[in-house]
Write a protein that binds this ligand. Structure first.
Ligand code: NAG
Ligand code: NAG
Ligand code: NAG
Ligand code: NAG
Length: 618
């Protein structure tokens, strides 16, 4: 029932978009190829390099069951590809996460750490020189035609979209602020054309037609040239009615006034779905006992009315995702019709995760909890195992290297650091690589955040805040066979440690003053484990290139330590507990201001060389 209605609605919509005169004319090729017919063309199997379609949703969770509500994505991608269950973003907010995705660098190396200037947004991306040094340009150099539609970066606006244009795209149709997150009043900006408003049309449905148009354009050349197509819908992000990007961040009261988040808006045909769905009542759902860092710990329990609203918010997310489900179905169907499906990798992920009511939090992100950082990554394509669920640890910084490797670019000994500045390592995509990664791949994720956390739901109390400042922290997530930790140090010197083996919902911060930590972890005294985690974080918080994937090698150049388990050897006790500097900030800042961030490993770190200090060696 549902699907036939959906198809009918989809057809009407294509007709509406086609007749709106928004012709799909690719740059540098002034004839539209969209009129080409959909039947399979012969001769596509000869080309050497595979195509890549990359679908990037916004704020989609892995932990609140969103994957169970998108049956077409399940059918086309999860059942036909590999789901990476341990995939993480490294900075849990839109713009920094996307900049990390499209550059392969951690936020401390892009220094795009916020959604808005001065520390983030499209202007900061340009200022950092990244518009001349990111994925689409590298793909073009590798012989790809590149297309992108949807949200690119925050603060990419109706005013600055041409100064300069985002580089590297053969065809582009970007959502622009301040209309990016308005589900029913989107503004898109195509190639070098002026922005076009789509009042009254559902943004994801508009996007679907744009994506299919680019697919046709790309297919016209697919015999000779492979293509990359990025598709970035806003769902299931909140609907945002504001000019947030215009307000300076040092003016918090004004900023609070301007922020108007409302639940996502589904297409009308989906508005009635899932009437009984609720946020999963996991143990960390609106818990009786507060937890987390100070600002989270200070949150009162949510009222019944608040919980009911948050459940509604949750349903709106699932409903808004239905348009994405149909979009993916349409793209896969079209790829198949064009005879390109078997030669095309399809990636599906999201910029960051989301929480609703866990730890008493209102809807939002920006935290280091699993809900915010552990997100879906699904890949299907040539050689990718089907129906596989992998537990190898991967992050957003790994995806640019992955795509270049697919594009046949030799990343060299240093994994592409010298040439591309990569901090990540390509995601294993074949049976053999996945098996090897089970034993050889790193076990950690670098997590970092600067600035404030925002409440995206309704406020239910007079004293409730919309923005929480000093949400500035560094963290490391470590996932080994016998352990699973999240360790964080905050700018105001709070510390967090969750042992996710025994506390998967992160309810018990073992480093809080009120905690009664175990005397031992992993068979060694508790403090000894903390000392190792702190040193690991010390390396990661300013790492570059290979050090970000092999941090233990920076501490132990002899190469005899590759995991937390290795580092726990008692012969390193003095090194970790007494010789190494501890992670500590000098103060809280809204951005990456190095002198606020305490000792730096490169200048203050101790290195273990058979017991001798670094300073004794050089
Ligand atoms: C990062 O950018 C901020 C401005 O947004 C600047 O003050 C800071 O020095 C930069 N940090 C680094 C490490 O370049
Ligand atoms: C895409 O852009 C690249 C770089 O400008 C160019 O070399 C290539 O010919 C373009 N492809 C098409 C189909 O125009
Ligand atoms: C919808 O977008 C247009 C700009 O394209 C703007 O003028 C108008 O105010 C917007 N409507 C709302 C309700 O925000
Ligand atoms: C945030 O941190 C700054 C600098 O460390 C401090 O001066 C300020 O009082 C803090 N604000 C809040 C609300 O905690």
């Amino acid at each position: 029932m549902r699907f036939s209605g959906v198809i009918a609605a989809g057809l009407q919509l294509s007709a509406a978009v086609a007749s709106s005169g928004n012709g799909q004319i690719p740059l540098g090729q002034q004839v539209s190829s969209s009129s080409s017919s959909h039947h399979k063309r012969p001769g596509h199997h000869g080309h050497k390099k595979p195509n890549i379609v990359f679908v990037l949703t916004d704020d989609q969770d892995l932990h609140m069951d969103s994957l169970n509500y998108i049956p077409l994505i399940k059918k086309h991608l999860i059942d036909r590809g590999t789901l990476f269950k341990r995939h993480y973003c490294t900075t849990a907010i839109c713009c920094p996460a996307r900049v990390s995705l499209w550059t392969g660098k951690l936020a401390h190396n892009t220094n795009v750490t916020d959604v808005n200037p001065p520390h983030g947004g499209y202007p900061k991306f340009v200022k950092q020189g990244l518009n001349n040094h990111y994925l689409p340009l590298w793909l073009q150099q590798a012989g790809y035609d590149t297309y992108y539609t949807g949200k690119l970066f925050n603060a990419h606006t109706v005013e600055n979209y041409h100064s300069p244009y985002p580089a590297g795209w053969n065809g582009s149709d970007f959502l622009l602020d301040p209309y990016t997150y308005m589900y029913l009043n989107a503004t898109y900006q195509r190639n070098r054309d002026p922005p076009v408003n789509y009042a009254g049309q559902h943004t994801v449905d508009v996007l679907r037609e744009k994506a299919l148009g680019f697919l046709e354009d790309a297919a016209a050349n697919a015999g000779e040239r492979p293509f990359f197509l990025g598709i970035a819908p806003v769902a299931p992000h909140s609907n945002v009615e504001s000019a947030l990007f215009e307000v300076p961040i040092d003016n918090l009261p004004d900023l609070e006034e301007q922020v108007l988040f409302t639940p996502p808006i589904p297409a009308e045909r989906h508005a009635h779905l899932f009437p009984d769905a609720k946020v999963p009542r996991t143990p960390n759902f609106n818990p009786d006992r507060p937890g987390g860092a100070a600002w989270v710990r200070g949150l009162p329990q949510l009222s019944a009315a608040n919980v009911a609203f948050n459940d509604h918010f949750y349903r709106q997310r699932l409903r808004a995702l239905q348009s994405v489900d149909e979009l993916v179905d349409a793209v896969v169907t079209r790829l198949d019709a064009l005879g390109l499906l078997e030669d095309t990798y399809i990636f599906y992920t999201t910029d960051n995760g989301y929480h609703i009511s866990q730890h008493r939090l209102q809807p939002g992100k920006e935290c280091g909890f699993e809900e915010d950082i552990n997100i879906p990554l699904i890949v299907r394509g040539p050689g990718v195992p089907k129906g596989e669920v992998s537990e190898v640890v991967t992050t957003h910084t790994d995806l640019a290297p992955t795509l270049l490797r697919i594009a046949g670019v030799d990343l060299g000994e240093d994994g592409g650091f010298d040439e591309f500045g990569f901090d990540g390592a390509a995601v294993p995509l074949t049976r053999r690589d996945l098996d090897e990664a089970e034993v050889g791949r790193h076990e950690h994720v670098t997590v970092e955040f600067w600035g404030f956390a925002a409440t995206e739901g309704n406020l239910f109390r007079d004293d409730e805040q919309r923005l929480y400042v000093n949400n500035t922290y560094k963290a490391v997530r470590v996932i080994g066979k016998e352990y699973s930790f999240y360790y964080a140090v905050w700018c105001h010197d709070e510390h967090e440690l969750y042992d996710l083996k025994t506390d998967p919902y992160q309810l018990n911060n073992l480093l809080h003053a009120s905690a009664r930590p175990p005397t031992h972890l992993l068979g060694v005294p508790f403090d000894k484990v903390i000392a190792r985690l702190d040193a690991l974080l010390f390396v990661l918080k300013s790492c570059k290139g290979g050090t970000c994937t092999k941090p233990w090698a920076a501490l132990h150049p002899a190469g005899n330590v590759q995991t937390l388990r290795d580092a726990l050897s008692p012969r390193f006790d003095a090194f970790y507990e007494h010789e190494q500097e501890k992670v500590k900030y000098n103060r809280c800042e809204m951005g990456y201001i190095v002198d606020a961030e305490g000792p730096q490993f490169e200048t203050h770190g101790a290195v273990y060389r058979q017991g001798a200090r670094w300073s004794e060696w050089v």
